[in-house]
Design a binder for this molecule. Structure first.
Ligand code: KIV
Ligand code: ZN
Length: 553
């Protein structure tokens, strides 16, 4: 890359940071969650949501448990104003949900914002102005004192308007572009706003520390958050909020480390929608907690529903590998992974495990509404006996003998390899049917009669190439006797080494499934499966299927 020298580090790391947060290893409780899907998220869409779509999304956010929802910037456009009014006038905001609105620090905007909120019961007014070096110098062309004045004047106006308002109003202040701001200055401006708002126990103030653009590694941000938490005045009456964007792909790490460093609240979006690379993905954050035994206090038990609503109303797509929600995030194609998962699942069942420790699966897919069979074990040319056996057993009730799984695995692999595509479970089953079940050609069993004296004697009639053959032979059981008769009449030799059977678990449960494995003189194995109501008939069908497979070769 030839232009790397054009870039420099634009952040202000804390000098000698205490880094107490680095002693902790996980987030042990849910933060206050605030969804900014309807503002930051919507602001970043190619086609912003319509009123109806926003209303549907709002209801969904409430349903999954958000208690704080930023609904937009009512003074910025008619649509945003109308959305705010509709929520209030249709009485759609539950009493335990607070709506949050964004405002710049300008009187006519603050005035219009408060007008839009008339009749609302619980509101957070979110005031922001930009504080970074780049924004101060290039955009606002103001010095630090002038930037503080903007914030302080806005804060004072909010306070004045709140006096006339009827609902319960809390305030939030964001030094926008915090991560490009000198820490001493960010602290100073926040403290000036706090002085105006005078938070107390019943009237806390939210100080939001946005990663408007991400410039540094997450530990640098965590140190900045720790610095602010340690030095803001009246800290006990503040709620420290984080609002990470994802430019460096670190929004989740920024949030988690920021929480360790003392933050109380997270602003983010579902699936990480938002400006440029997006806001932090609240689903990932919440599910990270969940996967470590912490209740995230948001409900993602039906992830397919979350995905469907999100994709429909935003027009965005959830990436196949999006943590916890992507279509492929639980899928195992590789044979060894499938094998480990299948074994892990059995181990879990046998040991009646309390905690989830299945290899390769950070959480139980069923906890987010995904199906183990459909979403986890996926069959393509890289798959193996473990996964294929699992599908046959759990989806089709076919508990194949262990020794049969490998050759069947190879057959499936071969089909997938030639087709250059994944195979659906039904296609795997079709291969099984075609290769093994009730194969009656070239040799068909016509009749078998038994007499019992010194073991079993079987008198067997078969048809091969339209000619009937009869033979009698002895054995220690019916299957064995028929098998001996068959070898005699066809002039073939094999060793019948495997016979297992079980009742059908799927479909016609009155039927029995039998599996027969034979080895020819060269040592090659052949398999057959029989399905019949009568268990003897089913074992004979399995035997004939195996023998026919041998003859066919
Ligand atoms: O990213 C950002 O800084 C914002 C502010 C308005 C909080 O969205
Ligand atoms: Zn933002």
């Amino acid at each position: 890359m030839k232009n790397f020298e054009k870039y420099t580090r634009q952040y202000f790391p804390v000098k000698n940071p205490p880094m107490r947060w680095a002693q902790k290893d996980y987030v042990d409780h849910a933060p206050i969650w605030c969804s900014v899907d309807l503002r930051d998220g919507n602001q970043a869409l190619i086609n912003p949501m319509t009123l109806e779509e926003k209303l549907e999304f709002f209801k969904y956010l409430v349903k999954i448990g958000f208690k704080e929802i930023e609904i937009g910037f009512p003074a910025a456009s008619e649509t945003e104003y109308e959305f705010c009014r509709t929520l209030i006038e249709r009485d759609m905001i539950p009493d335990d949900v607070v709506i949050q609105v964004l405002t710049q620090s300008r009187e006519h905007i603050i005035k219009k914002t408060f007008e839009a909120l008339e009749g609302a019961k619980n509101v957070i007014v979110h005031l922001y102005n930009s504080t970074s070096v780049a924004q101060r110098e290039q955009v606002f062309k103001r010095d630090k004192k002038e930037i503080i004045d903007i914030a302080v004047q806005g804060a004072a106006l909010c306070k004045q308007y709140r006096e006339k308002a009827s609902g319960r109003y809390l305030f939030e202040y964001s030094p926008e572009s915090f991560t490009g701001t000198e820490m001493e200055f960010a602290l100073e401006i926040c403290n000036e706003v706090i002085k105006i708002w005078e938070p107390d126990e019943n009237n806390k103030v939210i100080i939001n520390l946005p990663v408007t653009v991400s410039h540094s590694m997450p530990h640098v941000y965590a140190n900045q958050v720790e610095f602010m938490c340690d030095n803001l005045i009246n800290r006990e009456n503040l709620i420290i909020s984080l609002h990470p964007h994802n430019d460096r792909g670190c929004a989740v790490a920024d949030s988690e480390m920021g929480l360790l460093a003392g933050a109380d609240r997270i602003e983010g979006t579902l699936f990480g929608n938002g400006e440029r690379t997006g806001n932090v993905d609240i689903i990932t954050l919440a599910m990270n907690m969940f996967s470590q035994g912490v209740d995230p206090e948001l409900n993602f038990e039906n992830m397919p529903e979350a995905t469907e609503i999100y994709e429909r109303v935003t027009g965005m797509k959830v990436y196949e590998r999006q943590p916890y929600s992507g279509k492929l995030v639980f899928a195992a194609f590789s044979g060894s992974h499938q094998d480990a998962i299948a074994k892990g699942m059995n181990w879990r069942k046998d040991k009646n495990c309390e905690h989830w420790t299945v290899p390769y699966l950070p959480i139980d897919p069923e906890d987010v509404g995904r199906e183990y069979e459909a979403d986890v074990i996926r069959i393509n040319s890289q798959s193996g006996k473990g996964g294929i056996g699992y599908i046959m057993e759990h989806q089709f009730g076919m508990n194949m003998p262990q020794k049969m799984r490998e050759p069947f695995g190879y057959m499936v692999k071969h089909v997938s390899d030639n087709a250059h595509r994944e195979l659906m479970p039904s296609e795997v089953y079709d291969i099984f049917v075609k290769e093994f079940i009730n194969i009656q050609s070239p040799v068909t069993l016509k009749e078998a009669h038994y007499t019992q004296k010194n073991g079993i004697t079987a008198e067997v009639t078969v048809e091969k190439d339209e000619i009937e053959y009869k033979e009698t032979a002895q054995g220690n059981g019916r299957l064995n006797a028929v098998s001996s008769a068959l070898m005699k009449m066809l002039g073939i030799k094999y060793d019948l080494h495997t016979y297992t059977e079980h009742a059908m678990e799927h479909g016609d449960t009155s039927k029995a499934v039998s599996y027969v494995g034979i080895t020819d003189e060269s040592g090659k194995n052949y398999w057959g499966v029989g399905i019949e109501t009568d268990i003897i008939d089913s074992s004979l069908k399995a035997l004939f299927s195996a023998v026919n497979n041998m003859i066919a070769e």
